[in-house]
Design a protein around this ligand. Structure first.
Ligand SMILES: C[S@@+](CC[C@H](N)C(=O)[O-])C[C@H]1O[C@@H](n2cnc3c(N)ncnc32)[C@H](O)[C@@H]1O
Length: 266
């Protein structure tokens, strides 16, 4: 088939993404296009003292792309939604920050990730966090129920990013925060990359061009407050590295707020 005629098969993509992150839950030291684990987390800026306070096995399966919890500025009592919570590292850190009066919901579509996160919460007696199976495009949560939404390395994996940001705006209370790390590209990726489900599942093929990514957020009535580049993040396979260098695929962290509506429009 010619490159121009190729399209992304979203069902195949979902199976690839699930397969890859099942492996990350089961065998975090396996051979991936990306790094995992504690050394990565520390390099990205997660304080070691915070990591020491959560289950180590959640850190082993960490496959995020940046640090953003400083931007989230979680307060005791906050309700937090973690989109694509994986084995739960960010959810557990958020649970520490919001304390017993707060609550964290992690949503993920991959059974092995959920099972691991739930087991670690049980074993650690962490009872202000729960993990729900669902899609980030339509998470199983109430409207306007959250003070803050977080997400790490996930939205690039969705073939419908506008649906994800619309879901974020629905689930946040007015004025609520979205803090995330994700992968974007300097240039629009060609079909040879975007239609490669394996590169997509490795957090490269689904990277949206950075201006389009900003527009997708702002189109959902979210205002971007801060945007920063995560130069510490790198892909590890040669194939990934080629795409990264050619198209400027990089990691960013950002903070956005849901506009309030009302007379001043904020
Ligand atoms: C790169 S991993 C990151 C996991 C976690 N945030 C972390 O930092 O370790 C991506 C996660 O998003 C989940 N995921 C990908 N696409 C999803 C979708 N459309 N709906 C729900 N979960 C999704 C995967 O199952 C996987 O656990």
């Amino acid at each position: 088939m010619s490159t121009a005629a190729r399209t992304l098969d979203t069902q195949e993509l979902e199976q690839r993404v699930k397969g890859m992150y099942e492996e990350v839950a089961r065998d975090p030291d396996g051979d991936f296009h990306f790094e995992t684990g504690r050394a990565l987390a520390e390099r990205l800026g997660y304080p070691a003292a915070d990591l020491d306070r959560i289950p180590a096995a959640a850190i082993d399966s960490f496959a995020g792309v940046g640090h953003f919890l400083d931007l989230a500025a979680l307060e005791p009592g906050d309700a937090v939604l973690d989109l694509g919570s994986g084995s739960g590292m960010d959810s557990f850190l958020a649970a520490l920050a919001v304390g017993p009066d707060g609550h964290v919901v992690g949503v993920d579509m991959t059974e092995e990730q959920l099972a691991k996160a739930r087991r670690l919460a049980d074993e650690g007696g962490i009872d202000n966090v729960e993990f729900r199976q669902g899609y980030v495009e339509d998470p199983p949560v109430d409207e306007e129920a959250f003070d803050c939404m977080i997400s790490n390395g996930v939205i690039n994996l969705s073939p419908d990013k506008a649906a994800v940001f619309a879901a974020v705006a629905r689930a946040l209370r007015p004025g609520g925060r979205l803090a995330l790390a994700d992968i974007v590209s300097a240039e629009q990726l060609p079909q040879g990359v975007t239609c490669d489900a394996s590169l997509w599942a490795a957090c490269i093929g689904g990277a949206m061009q950075r201006d389009g990514y900003r527009e997708a957020i702002e189109g959902a009535d979210l205002e971007i407050v801060e945007w920063r580049e995560n130069e510490q993040y790198r892909f590890v396979s040669e194939r990934a590295d080629n795409a990264v260098r050619k198209y400027g695929v990089t990691s960013i962290s950002l903070l956005a707020r849901r506009l309030r509506g009302g007379t001043d429009g904020r």
